[in-house]
Design a protein around this ligand. Sequence first.
Ligand code: NI
Length: 161
Amino acid sequence: MEIVTLENELLRQKAEPVKDINSDIQKTVEEMIEALHEGKGVGLAGPQVGLMKRIFVIHIEGDVPRVFINPSIIGTSQETVKFEEGCLSIPGIWADVVRPRAVQVQAWNEKGRRFNMEADGILARIILHEYDHLEGVLFIDRLSVPKRNRVLAKIEKRQKA
Ligand code: NI
């Protein structure tokens, strides 16, 4: 699996629900986890590998890989926190993003089992970041306009170099 970057339009499209969690999906999930490890990231969503399905995987240090298929965000905390984010599809760019401190999510795992999860801290942040990918939203969209412009200028400069 190849991770696509910012200029790829797929990152701006909404992903489609998974209709059947079958062996093909299980294989896809395995490959996504491999791609996540290869990229040394903490989260990876379908559109980032050109797969327009509502799937993302998360693997943070000290935890097992977690699989989210057809996730829904049930609720988020009113309290927000600002924390630095990056994205495998926007290599080398890091910026502070404001997001809810906690999230409640419902999804299916690769075995077709539905689960509910309440997360806060880094896990909540990654869930919200990856969920955004399924909606065609990138973390740079959540920056203030001046900050986003600075980031975009930096990316452009790098592409020219
Ligand atoms: Ni990302």
